[in-house]
Ligand binder design. Structure first.
Ligand SMILES: O=C(O)CCC(=O)C(=O)O
Length: 405
């Protein structure tokens, strides 16, 4: 979605400008106006308090905090289903997500994997930047754009190595997020994003936005997973709980819900709804490494300014879209993977992998992830246009007509 001079684009992770390209004079002016709006909006908001996992609100919790406790809670709810009722009651987490538009789950990724993933995304960013710069790869195949991109990066991730292990811990057997996503988008939910957002010291306060316009059925959900502890000066994600509703969008867009439609490229920008902003509770994604925040993309949120001297904030993320979604959605996802992976298929693949990151190790062929990753690898070409194959930790099955580097 394009961000015009007078219109703040909604889906902040959708626009396209190569990360390597300098902002033009006009774009620099737009960015300044956008940043001013972000600062102004923030001045009307309450300081905010940490988003808390719902288990932590209970004084005495015999199971403890975090993912295990939440998993038990999901199971318990399922068991207490009333006899004869057809609709399955929502778990406590899904109920909270429905009411607030955002929930926190602690300990979703193990500490060792967080560290491995962090190193992986840093190396992948260097490689992707070099590939784009050398013309081996299209910028859009490796990066998505962001509002106030300066000192920010939205890196699209491959389907090999640590991202597979992360999907296993996030969605596989024993996870909390997997069953929760199943409740809200179903087995037919489609992987919409697999990426890592990085915000470096000096990144500016973004304006508030939903990622998708209000529709009766939420279009998509995003899980932001912290790859390091996030403190307040690192510019945590800021959420306005309960703003995923039609009423809240109407207030936010100055009474004109049509301004919230993704794809709008008009020149109208509503005045900042000061009273509305002052009245809303503010929650901050002050996550510990491995914790996640799952939000309905209709919930108003933004990245805050990273005012730290030297602390980079990285968040690995996945989004799942409802198969019935009709809105135009962000797609921070490598083109080869778009509309290819349902939640059900991913869970089956993860079960078949059973903790491994590829099926090739066991002579089982490449499997679903491996095949898609192979298609993605075909996006990389040498500077003469010949295809090169590059995989993280596996060999190619494509045969000798391709050069393997
Ligand atoms: O930086 C964040 O935590 C959120 C970023 C965001 O919402 C966006 O870029 O659209």
């Amino acid at each position: 979605m394009l961000l015009s001079l007078l219109h703040i684009g909604l889906a902040a992770r959708c626009r396209t400008r190569p990360p390597t390209m300098q902002a033009s004079g006009l774009e620099a002016e737009r960015n300044k106006a956008t940043a001013r709006r972000g600062v102004m909006e923030r001045s009307f908001l309450q300081p905010g308090t940490a988003l808390v996992a719902i288990e932590q609100k209970r004084a005495a919790n015999p199971i403890g905090f975090g993912a295990k406790a939440a998993a038990a809670q999901v199971k318990k709810k399922k068991k207490t289903r009333t006899k004869g009722s057809r609709a399955r009651p929502l778990s406590a987490l899904a109920t909270e997500l429905k009411a607030s538009g955002v929930v926190r789950i602690d300990g979703a990724l193990s500490p060792a994997l967080v560290e491995e993933l962090r190193e992986f995304v840093d190396a992948e960013r260097v490689q992707a930047t070099a590939d784009v710069k050398a013309g081996r790869c299209d910028q859009k195949a490796r990066f998505a754009d962001l509002v106030l991109l300066d000192k920010r990066c939205d890196l699209l991730l491959p389907l090999h190595g640590p991202p597979i292990a992360a999907l296993q811990e996030l969605l596989g057997e024993g996870s909390v997020l997997g069953p929760l996503l199943q409740e809200v988008v179903g087995e037919a939910g489609v992987l919409q994003e697999l990426a890592c957002l990085t915000s470096e010291p000096g990144s500016a306060q973004q304006p508030l936005h939903p990622d998708t316009p209000w529709t009766p059925i939420p279009s998509a959900y995003t899980a932001f997973i912290a790859l390091q502890d996030v403190d307040v000066e690192m510019g945590p994600t800021l959420y306005l709980p309960g703003t995923q509703t039609k009423e809240a969008h109407t207030s936010f867009f100055g009474g004109d819900l049509s301004l919230g439609n993704a794809g709008v490229s008009g020149v109208r920008r509503p005045p900042i709804p000061e009273e509305f902003l002052r009245s809303r509770e503010v929650k901050l994604g002050l996550l510990k490494a491995g914790d996640l925040a799952l939000y309905n993309q209709q919930t108003l949120h933004c990245g805050s300014a990273n005012e730290s001297r030297d602390k980079v904030r990285r968040q690995f993320y996945i989004s799942m879209k409802n198969p019935l979604a009709q809105s135009k959605l962000c797609a921070s996802l490598r083109p080869a993977f778009r509309n290819k992976l349902t939640l059900g298929a991913m869970k089956d693949e993860l079960a078949a992998l059973n903790g491994r990151r590829t099926r090739v190790d066991e002579g089982g062929g490449r499997g679903l992830f491996g095949k898609l990753d192979e298609v993605d690898a075909l996006e990389v070409r040498d500077t003469e246009g010949a295809v090169q194959i590059r995989f993280g930790d596996e060999g190619s099955q494509l045969g000798s007509e391709y050069e393997i580097i």
